[in-house]
Each structure stands twice: as C-alpha cells, then as structure tokens.
Design a protein around this ligand. Structure first.
Ligand code: NDP
Ligand code: 8X3
Length: 250
C-alpha cells in the first residue's frame, strides 16, 4: 500500500518540490496551502499521481482541525508530515520592526505548525508509526541583523522538535528538524512584500540552495531504516558561512 505524505505550504518553494518528489515516487500526497489555484495547478501538472489538495490557512485553528479530521478514509492514516508552511516578514531591527509582522510570523511559524502537528499526531500515535519533518532554519541557530523574531520562531521549532522526540518515546514516531540556509524560493518575495528588486539582491552574485536540495534531503531521510532518527540537520549553501562575533569599539 502506498504511504501517505501531508505537506503544508506546497504551493511554492520547498513544499512544492517535496510534494513533487514524493508524488513521482508513488506516494499518496496531500498538498496544502492558502492559494487554491496553485494547489489545483499542481495537481493537474501530475495527472498520473495520487494527489489530494486541501486549502487551509495554518493560522486558523478550526480550519486546520476541520481539514485534517475530515480527510477521506483513503488519506486518513498519514505516514509522513512535512510541517513546511512558514514565512519571514521584514528585515528591520527590533526597535523599528512592524508588530503585525511579528504577530504573523509567530502565528504561522509557531502556532500554525503546532495546530497541524496536534491534529495529525493522534492517528500516528494510534498506529505507532510516523515521521514528522519540521522546517526550522539556520536562523534558529545563528543570529543575524533583522532576524529577530523570524529566527526566534525557528529556534522554537527546533526545541519543539526535540521535545516531541521525548514525548513520543514508545511510539516509533520519528522527528527531524530540517535547518536550511538561504535558498532561492519565494521566501524573499514574501519577506520584502513583493519588492522584487530587494528580493533579487538576496541571491545576486552567489549560489543559494535550490528548493530541490531540501526536497532531496527530506526524501532521503524518509528512506532511512525505521530504527534511525536524525534529530536535526543543518544545510547551508557552500557559499554561505557564519560571520563570527562582532566587537563594538570607540
Ligand atoms: P515560499 O514562500 O516559497 O513557500 C512558503 C509556503 O508556505 C507557501 O506554499 C505558502 O502557501 C505557505 N504558507 C505561508 N503562510 C501560510 C499560511 N498561513 N497557511 C498555509 N500555508 C502558508 O518559501 P520557502 O519554500 O522558502 O519556505 C518554506 C519553509 O522553509 C518556511 O517555513 C521557511 O521559513 C523555511 N525556510 C526557508 C529558507 C529559505 O531561504 N528559502 C531557509 C530556511 C528555512 P500559500 O501562500 O499558498 O498559503
Ligand atoms: C531562511 C534562511 O538565512 O534567510 O530561513 O534567514 S535566512
């Protein structure tokens, strides 16, 4: 029987590439996101694959639970959950940053991920089987200017992933926190609110990760034997590294 994968934020970037990879490998894939037309276009682009689209906003608790609790019988027993939906908004320093942006990042990256996880867990626990991938970020490990709340939401995701491992002992459920460095997706378009010029600057003159690099990582990890759990994996482009500590001088 084909395994079932649910991927949040499959309308673009990592989520879309991961959905494509699993679908082409014969998995039953549940794709989710807010942009219904993108979900439908994705489904139509792979007519030979078994794909179910679910349109919901991860920040809306009722929408999340309603969508997952009313899944058709054939898709109920989710084997792999990829908690990918997320975003950064703005790159302003904390004193000037927009509070609404902070709210949206917390609501999406933290609360949305919690709602989806909590909605999916009961069937995994009942079957004593499952694999949860959470999309963290290097921003949850390393500070950078303007990364204030975005990085903090990803640090939350990292710790929640590790804590889940502890709470899920005895269930055989695996949890991996995926921690990518900068990658060329729609991430910067969203962060800079459609300012294409600013978004393009992020990737200019260098080589970022491709969305397929992360999809391949998730897929490869999912193929490891069931007794193996990779807790965290940090992946950077070769052309990105850490800047070291900064000392302010007079
Ligand atoms: P994209 O902007 O390309 O994709 C983000 C996805 O999240 C979209 O499918 C979007 O779907 C979905 N999403 C956003 N908000 C919501 C919401 N409220 N409800 C449901 N879905 C939502 O970005 P990436 O692919 O780059 O990002 C995917 C994940 O990877 C994020 O968690 C991001 O923080 C993380 N990440 C990204 C890195 C990068 O450099 N690109 C590096 C490290 C981590 P829709 O708009 O249709 O709802
Ligand atoms: C996205 C990676 O470095 O742009 O999570 O914050 S970074």
């Amino acid at each position: 029987m084909s395994k079932i994968v649910l991927i949040t934020g499959a309308t673009s970037g990592f989520g879309e590439a991961t959905a494509k990879l699993f679908a082409n490998a014969g998995y039953k894939v549940i794709i989710t996101g807010r942009r219904k037309e993108r979900l439908e276009a994705f489904k139509q682009s792979l007519p030979q694959c078994d794909i179910l689209s679910l349109c919901f906003d991860v920040t809306k608790k009722e929408e999340v639970f309603n969508a997952i609790n009313t899944l058709p019988e054939a898709y109920k027993n989710i084997d792999i959950l990829v908690n990918n939906a997320g975003l950064a908004l703005g790159l302003g320093r904390a004193p000037e940053a927009d509070l609404d942006d902070w709210d949206t990042m917390v609501d999406t990256n933290i609360k949305g991920l919690l709602y989806v996880t909590r909605a999916v867990l009961p069937t995994m626990v009942a079957r004593k089987s499952g694999y949860i991938f959470n999309l963290g970020s290097i921003a949850g490990n390393w500070p950078y200017e303007g990364g204030n709340v975005y990085g903090a939401t990803k640090a939350f995701v990292k710790q929640f992933s590790l804590n889940l491992r502890t709470d899920l002992k005895g269930t055989n459920i695996r949890v991996t926190n995926i921690e990518p460095g900068f990658s060329q997706t729609e991430f910067s378009d969203v962060r800079f609110k459609g300012d294409k010029e600013k978004a393009d600057q992020v990737y200019k003159g260098t080589k970022a990760l491709d969305k397929e690099d992360i999809a391949n990582t998730i897929f490869s990890l999912s193929q490891l034997p069931e007794h193996v759990n990779v807790n965290r994996i940090e992946i950077m482009p070769t052309k990105q590294s850490c800047g070291g500590l900064f000392v302010e001088r007079d």
